[in-house]
Every structure is written in structure tokens, then in C-alpha cells.
Write a protein that binds this ligand. Structure first.
Ligand code: SAH
Ligand code: SF4
Ligand code: F3S
Length: 441
């Protein structure tokens, strides 16, 4: 019997990369690889990269500089770069770091097995095509051993929106949706492996329109209703959504579909209409607030989440103040704020940039406001009944850790629950980043 080769994957960036890393590991499993968490013993190292901000991309090169040293004590080691930096920079990566054997973009992962064979034979392999064939069709099914109760499932990829700051339309290509039958099949296989909660992923997941079982065009809401019928699947979430694609049926599903969790990530980026226009967002602050009003009418307890960019080119103090006002108006349970990062090739890169120290100062102010809101919403859960999906064993004896329907981390004390159970609890205390709870009597 041959000893299996070892694969180490390091994942950067968004949840879609997390999903892709799992699929790549499964695909290379067919080539005799098993995963390791120790890069030093690996025969193949893949960095699954993110290009969204400059820092994210630069991290890859410093990591490659470190990893190439491993080749001296393991000449069999092959190093690959996958993900959005691979797509954006292609062969340039091998020029900048000759220790790299393989570069493959997100649309070509199904070609990994052939590429692996090529690098084993001593060649390099590069593939950053947007091939006509569907990578998901070519990747194997997802039967396998038991796994964690919460899983990602990519249903839509790519983006046609071209926000002026963003690289995603260039790294992930045009919007494409997977057929309903494929999504259902993969979801059933995940449920068979112990999954109770599925988060549907897409760069613009609510722009999903896939072929239905009868060939007709299906919306994300229709896909969610189809998933709702799978026995054993208890929770459905989706991310990331665009405000313009919050269709009536999706808003309604938040009020009527019991398995759809009361949490919605709906990035807006800015509260200034002038900046939103310059960002090419094609919505206003007002239209965004109206969408949220309708969602809250359907599901009053929904917890909202968002993304913000500060220091976008030409952003004035008044524009920034409008963003703070919008945050006050929404009251976010979660929000993520980023300092604008100039991305070569995007329209905003050519414009008058905001001074770095000014952007830093705005980032601090926005984060202080967001932290205050997040904390208040989490603290308001104390005394409430929650349902927690148990994901792991806690540090204290008898403690189990999981997530509430609102996505807060919850520590259940003195629990006899097992991983994968959904437990009714009462929240007793709010810590900085989690709640403590006891089983409801
Ligand atoms: N498709 C999603 C988000 C993709 S990127 C959407 O449309 O919302 C995730 C987040 O990164 C964005 O919401 C944005 O806030 C941030 N981001 C994207 N490009 C950026 C840039 N050039 N500089 C700083 N933040 C950026
Ligand atoms: Fe990027 Fe805008 Fe597309 Fe989101 S909608 S992925 S921010 S271009
Ligand atoms: Fe990054 Fe690509 Fe995701 S740029 S955020 S890994 S789509």
C-alpha cells in the first residue's frame, strides 16, 4: 500500500474560498491526498487567496517566501496558488516567486487533478481560463464521512455589478447560478453527513436564478423553499446579498419560511448618495433603508448585518457623516468596515484619494459606533429564549458551544447536548463576544 500524500491548504478571504478549499481537498483526495494541518509535512501546499484589498494580496507573497524554505528538506513538495490572486495575477506569481509550481483560478478547480499530475512530472501548471464547462458539474459529489453541523454551499458565482472599487467581477467572472437539482443533491449529501445548517453562498446570492426541476427559471426564494423540504436540514442562511436584488418573494420568505434564519447580511458600503453614485452602486441610502423596512415588516426580529468602506475617493466629512447617520438608522447586529484599498484596474483607482490618516480616523469612528450597536443587540438577548445549534465542546466541563438563530455565539453551561443538536436555552449573561445560557426548563 502506498502512503497517502499530504495536502495543506491555507484559506484567505471570503466564505466562498472556504467552500472552494473543501472542494479542492475532496478533488485531490481522488489523487491520493489526505489533508494535514501541518504545512511542514505536506507534499502539496495550496494558498487559496483573496485579492479584495492590497493587504490581502501582499500577505500571499510573504507567506510564499516563508514556505519555499520547506522545499529544501522536502524536495517532493509542490506549492500552488489558487483563488482570486491567482486569477488576477496569473503567471506573474511564478515570475515573482519561482518556487510556485501551480497557479489556478477559481473557475478551473475541476482541472486540479490533471494539473497535479503535471507538476508531479516536474512541470509547472497555469490555468486562469473562464472555461465553458461548469466546474461544479465536473467536481465529484459530496458523499463522505461525518462532518461539522454547519456547512457552506455555493449556489451562485460571479458578479455583473461592477462597483467602482471592486475586483470581484474580474476575478470571479460573470454571474452564473447552479441548477436547483444539483444544489438539492449536494444539500442532501451534506445532511447525510450530519449537516443541520446550510449557508447558501454567492457573490450576489440573491441574484440567483437557476434552472428548476421542470427547467423553469427559479429565484433564490424558490430554491430556499425547495431546500426547506429536506428532512434533517434544520436551518438555512444565505450570503452575500445586494440591496437591489432583495425581491418580494425573498422578503416574504423571511416571514414565512421557518427554516430561514432571522439574520441578513446586506452590504451598503456608504450612506452618502453622492458616494454611492460614484461607487456605481445603483441604489440610494433611502432605497436601502426602505428595503430594510420591508424586511423588518416581514420578520420584526431580524438581525441586520452590513459592510462599509471608508475613505473612498472624494469622500468628504459630510459624506462620512451620512454613513454614520445610516448606521444609526439601521441599528446593526453585525457590521464590517474597511478602509478603501486602491485596486489596480478598477475605475476608482484613478480618482482623488482620501489622505491615509483621515481614512484611519474615520475607520476608528465607524468601528466605535458599530461595536456599540453590536454589543447592545447581543446584550439585549439576555433573558430571551434562543435555539442554539451545538457545534463544539466548550472549554469548561459540561459546556457546549453553538450559534443562536441570530448567529450569536452561545456557551451552554452544564449541558448534556451533543454536537448537531438544536437546544432551547435561556440566555443568562452577555460576554464581550458571546452569550452564556442554560437549558430552558
Ligand atoms: N459581493 C459582496 C461583497 C464582496 S467583497 C457585496 O456586493 O456586498 C466584501 C466586502 O469587501 C465589500 O462589501 C466591501 O465592503 C469590501 N471591499 C471590496 N472592495 C474593496 C476595496 N477596494 N477596498 C476596501 N474594501 C473593499
Ligand atoms: Fe464587488 Fe459590487 Fe459585485 Fe459586490 S456587487 S462583488 S462589491 S462589484
Ligand atoms: Fe477575496 Fe475573491 Fe472572496 S477577492 S473576498 S476571495 S471573491
Amino acid at each position: 500500500m502506498t502512503t497517502p500524500k499530504k495536502l495543506f491548504i491555507k484559506t484567505y478571504g471570503c466564505q466562498m474560498n472556504v467552500y472552494d478549499s473543501e472542494r479542492m481537498a475532496e478533488s485531490l483526495g481522488g489523487q491520493g491526498y489526505v489533508e494535514t494541518s501541518n504545512a511542514e509535512e505536506a507534499d502539496m501546499i495550496l494558498l487559496n487567496t483573496c485579492h479584495i484589498r492590497e493587504k490581502a494580496a501582499e500577505k500571499v507573497y510573504s507567506e510564499l517566501g516563508r514556505l519555499k524554505g520547506f522545499k529544501t528538506h522536502n524536495p517532493e513538495l509542490k506549492i500552488g496558488v489558487t483563488g482570486c490572486v491567482a486569477q488576477a495575477e496569473g503567471a506573474e506569481i511564478m515570475r515573482r516567486q519561482p518556487a510556485v509550481d501551480l497557479v489556478v483560478g477559481p473557475q478551473s478547480y475541476h482541472r486540479l487533478p490533471q494539473m497535479e499530475a503535471r507538476v508531479r512530472a516536474g512541470h509547472t501548471a497555469l490555468d486562469t481560463d473562464f472555461p465553458a464547462e461548469d466546474k461544479f458539474e465536473a467536481l465529484k459529489g459530496r458523499k463522505g464521512p461525518a462532518r461539522a453541523p454547519s456547512a457552506f454551499l455555493t449556489v451562485q458565482e460571479g458578479c455583473d455589478k461592477f462597483c467602482a472599487f471592486c475586483v470581484v467581477p474580474y476575478t470571479r467572472g460573470a454571474e452564473a447560478s447552479r441548477p436547483v437539482a444539483r444544489v438539492l443533491e449536494e444539500a442532501r449529501q451534506l445532511v447525510e453527513r450530519g449537516v443541520r445548517e446550510i449557508t447558501l453562498l454567492g457573490q450576489n446570492v440573491n441574484a440567483y436564478h437557476g434552472a428548476g426541476l421542470d427547467g423553469s427559471d427559479q429565484s433564490l426564494a424558490q430554491l430556499i423553499w425547495a431546500l426547506n423540504d429536506i428532512d434533517g436540514l434544520e436551518r438555512i442562511r444565505f450570503t452575500t446579498s445586494h440591496p437591489n436584488d432583495m425581491s418580494d418573494d425573498l422578503i416574504e420568505a423571511h416571514g414565512t419560511c421557518e427554516k430561514l434564519m432571522p439574520y441578513l447580511h446586506l452590504p451598503v458600503q456608504s450612506g452618502s448618495d453622492r458616494i454611492l453614485k460614484r461607487m456605481n452602486r445603483s441604489h440610494t441610502a433611502e432605497s436601502y433603508l426602505r428595503v430594510i423596512e420591508r424586511i423588518r415588516a416581514a420578520r420584526p426580529d431580524i438581525v441586520m448585518s452590513g459592510d462599509f468602506i471608508v475613505g473612498f475617493p472624494e469622500e468628504t466629512e459630510a459624506d462620512f457623516q451620512a454613513t454614520l447617520d445610516l448606521i444609526e438608522a439601521v441599528n446593526y447586529g453585525y457590521a464590517y468596515s474597511f478602509k478603501y484599498s486602491t485596486r489596480p484596474g478598477t475605475p476608482a483607482a484613478e480618482r482623488a484619494q482620501v489622505a491615509g490618516d483621515e481614512a484611519d480616523e474615520r475607520l476608528q469612528r465607524i468601528q466605535a459606533l458599530i461595536t456599540r450597536q453590536q454589543q447592545a443587540i447581543q446584550n439585549a438577548m439576555v433573558g430571551r429564549d434562543l435555539r442554539v445549534l451545538v457545534e463544539k465542546i466548550g472549554r469548561k466541563p459540561g459546556q457546549m458551544v453553538g450559534k443562536s438563530e441570530y448567529l450569536h455565539a452561545v456557551h451552554i453551561e452544564n449541558s448534556d447536548a451533543a454536537i448537531g443538536d438544536i437546544v432551547r436555552v435561556k440566555a443568562t449573561e452577555a460576554k464581550r463576544n458571546s452569550l452564556s445560557a442554560v437549558k430552558r426548563s
